[in-house]
Design a protein around this ligand. Structure first.
Ligand code: FAD
Length: 522
C-alpha cells in the first residue's frame, strides 16, 4: 500500500508494528522481509518516487577538514535512496575486518564474518549478483584466462568483486513494496523528531513533516533508522528534546568515527612486457580481481585493509579524480559529468555510469598501469558529523561533516604500494613508480590524488559496550529497547570494499532479529 503523506489530513496518527525510516537499500531490503509476516510495517520515506530538488535540499550541509563532495549531492533523497546512482560494485568483508587488530585503534566488531556469511548468501540475489561465489577458483573454472599476477601467494591473494546490474532499488522493488499487504509505504514523510517514554528506555513515536506543511505522528512497537550514514547520525543528534546531546548519545559517540573508502591514485606499475592484466580489468562478465594483502602481512607491516586495482595509464591519466568531477550540488549533473569524463578518458561514446569497469572497452595489452588503492579509513573519533547552526526548511539542524585522518592512512598507502613494488621486482615483472604526492618523506596528510567512494560509515558504530558504541551487536541503540539502526553507520571499521552488499546482509539479519522480537511480544 502506498500513501503520499502530503495528501493526509494534517496531524494524522499512523500506527503499526514496525516503523522503518528510509526506503533505500537497507530500508527496502528490511521491509520486504516482512511480506506475508502478518505484521503491519510502516515504511517512511522522506522523498517521492522521483528526484525532487526541494527534498534533496534537506541533505545540504557544511563540510570542513579534508575536501569532500557537497553533502547535498553525496546521497540521494527519494524512494530507492542512493541506489538511484550507485555503481554496483560488491564484495564481502574479510574475516580480518571484523577482528580487533592491535595496530588499528578502535578496530573490532562484536560479531565475526561467520555471523554475516549466511546473510550474504541471502543478499546476493537481491542485488542481482551472478553467484554467491567470491572465490577466484570458481570464476577461473568459467574463464581460465583470469590469471593473477605471479606474486608470492603468502603476500597477496585475489579479492573478487562482482558487479550488480546496478540494481536500482527504487525501480526494481517499487511494485513489490506498494503491492505488499503488510507494507504501508508513506512517501513525503520526512522524520524530523523522535520522542521516547519518560525514562527514554523506548521510543513512543516519531514526527514526520513535508513541504505541504503537514505534520503527522507515527507510532509503532519497534523503530529502525535506515536513513544512510550521515542522516542516521543527524536524526539521532537532532532528537534532543528529552536528552540534550541527542538520542543514544550518552557517551558522545553519535556522529563520531565517520569513515569513507579512500581511493588513491598515487603509483604506477611499469611492466617489462605488454600485458592485458585481464583478471583486473573486469574482463569476465561483471567480475574483477584486485590485489589484496594477506592478513599476516597486514599485521606484520601494521597497515590498514587495502586492495589494489589496475587501469591502463593512458586511460587513467585522462580521468580526473572523482572529487573534482563531483562538485555540483545537483547529483544528476554530477553523474552526467562522471560519464562524460570517463568516456573522454577512454575515447569512446558516452556510456553508462561507471561502465568503464564493466564493458571491457579498455582491454588490450599495455605496459603501464595506474594502481588505484582502495583503503579503509582508520576509525577516528575526531572525524565526525555534528549539527550545524543552520536549519533546513523543515526546521531540522543541517549536518556538518569534519572529515579527518590519523597517520595510519598515509603510512599504509605508502607501504602497500612498496610491497607491490617489491613483488613486481622479485617476479622480474617490472617496477612501481610512486607519484610525487606520495614519494616525499616527512610529509603528512593524504596524497593530492585522494578521492572517496560516497560511502558514509561509522557514525553509529556497533559495540557490545555502550561506552564504545552506539548500537549493540543486534543494531539496537544501547539503552533504548525498541530503536534500531540499519546501514553502514553501524560499521565499526569499513573494510577496503564497498558497503552495500554488507548493508543489505545486515538488514536481513536485523529482519530476523525483529521478527523474533515481535513474535515474543505478540
Ligand atoms: C555515485 C555513487 C556510487 C556508488 N557506488 C557504490 C558501489 O559501487 N558499491 C557500493 O557498495 N556502494 C556504492 N555506493 C553507495 C551506496 O549507494 C550506498 O551504500 C547505499 O545506497 C546505502 O544504502 P542505505 O539504505 O543505507 O542508504 P540510501 O540508499 O541512501 O537510503 C536512505 C533512504 O533514507 C531516506 N531518508 C533519509 N533521511 C530521511 C528522513 N529523515 N526521513 C525519511 N526518510 C529519510 C532517503 O530518502 C533514502 O531513500 C555509491 C554511492 C554513490 C553516491
Amino acid at each position: 500500500m502506498h500513501v503520499d503523506a502530503r495528501t493526509l489530513p494534517d496531524d494524522s496518527l499512523i500506527e503499526g508494528d514496525l516503523c522503518i525510516v528510509g526506503a533505500g537499500a537497507a530500508g527496502i531490503s528490511l521491509a520486504l522481509e516482512f511480506r506475508n509476516s502478518g505484521y503491519k510495517v510502516l515504511l517512511l520515506e522522506g522523498g517521492g518516487f522521483e528526484y525532487d530538488d526541494r527534498v534533496q535540499q534537506l541533505y545540504d550541509g557544511k563540510t570542513t577538514g579534508q575536501p569532500y563532495y557537497p553533502l547535498k549531492s553525496s546521497e540521494l533523497h527519494y524512494f530507492g535512496g542512493t541506489t538511484g546512482h550507485w555503481a554496483g560494485m560488491c564484495s564481502i568483508f574479510d574475516p580480518i575486518v571484523f577482528q580487533n587488530r592491535p595496530w588499528v585503534e578502535h578496530s573490532g566488531w562484536p560479531i565475526t564474518q561467520a555471523t554475516v556469511l549466511p546473510y550474504y548468501d541471502r543478499a546476493w540475489p537481491i542485488l542481482d549478483l551472478q553467484s554467491r561465489e567470491f572465490d577466484l577458483g570458481y570464476w577461473q573454472k568459467r574463464d581460465p584466462s583470469l590469471v593473477p599476477l605471479p606474486f608470492d601467494d603468502d603476500v597477496f591473494w585475489t579479492k573478487v568483486w562482482q558487479f550488480s546490474a546496478p540494481t536500482r532499488f527504487g525501480q526494481k522493488y517499487k511494485e513489490a513494496v506498494v503491492t505488499a499487504p503488510d507494507i504501508h509505504l508513506y512517501t513525503y514523510a520526512n522524520v524530523v523528531d523522535l520522542a521516547g517514554n519518560e525514562g527514554l528506555s523506548a521510543i513512543r513515536e516519531v514526527t514526520v513533516k513535508n513541504y505541504a506543511g503537514k505534520t503527522h505522528k507515527v507510532r509503532a512497537r519497534h523503530f529502525v533508522l535506515a536513513c544512510a550514514g550521515i542522516q542516521n547520525a543527524r536524526v539521532l543528534l537532532a532528537a534532543n528534546k528529552q536528552a540534550s546531546a541527542g538520542l543514544g548519545n550518552d557517551h558522545d559517540l553519535v556522529g563520531r568515527f565517520f569513515m569513507e573508502h579512500l581511493e588513491i591514485k598515487s603509483a604506477e606499475l611499469w611492466l617489462e612486457q605488454k600485458t592485458d592484466l585481464k583478471l583486473y580489468m573486469a574482463a569476465a562478465p561483471r567480475v574483477q580481481g584486485e590485489l589484496a594483502l594477506r592478513p599476516g602481512q597486514q599485521a606484520r607491516h601494521g597497515v590498514l585493509n587495502g586492495i589494489v586495482s589496475f587501469t591502463p595509464l593512458q586511460v587513467a591519466e585522462r580521468m580526473p579524480p572523482f572529487i573534482e568531477v563531483w562538485s555540483d550540488t545537483d547529483p544528476r549533473v554530477n553523474e552526467e559529468q562522471v560519464r562524460q569524463a570517463q568516456s573522454k578518458a577512454r575515447g569512446t561514446r558516452v556510456g553508462h555510469f561507471f561502465d568503464v569497469l564493466r564493458t571491457g572497452e579498455i582491454h588490450g595489452a599495455h605496459r603501464a598501469f595506474q594502481m588505484i588503492l582502495r583503503l579503509e579509513q582508520a576509525p577516528n573519533p575526531d572525524s565526525r558529523v555534528t549539527l550545524a547552526q543552520e536549519k533546513d526548511e523543515l526546521g531540522v539542524p543541517r549536518a556538518e561533516l569534519n572529515w579527518t585522518f590519523t597517520k595510519l592512512e598515509r603510512q599504509s598507502i605508502r607501504k602497500i604500494y612498496e610491497i607491490v613494488g617489491q613483488q613486481a621486482g622479485a617476479a622480474g615483472l617490472g617496477r612501481v613508480k610512486l607519484k610525487d604526492d606520495l614519494a616525499e618523506d616527512g610529509v603528512e596528510g593524504l596524497p593530492a590524488s585522494t578521492s572517496a567512494g560516497w560511502h558514509h560509515m561509522g557514525t553509529t558504530r556497533m559495540s557490545d559496550d555502550p561506552k564504545t558504541g552506539v548500537v549493540d551487536a543486534n543494531c539496537q541503540v544501547h539503552g533504548i529497547q525498541n530503536l534500531f539502526v540499519a546501514g553502514s553507520s553501524v560499521f565499526p571499521t569499513g573494510s577496503a570494499v564497498n558497503p552495500t552488499f554488507t548493508i543489505v546482509a545486515l538488514a536481513l539479519r536485523l529482519a530476523d532479529h525483529l521478527k523474533a522480537k515481535l513474535a515474543a511480544t505478540s
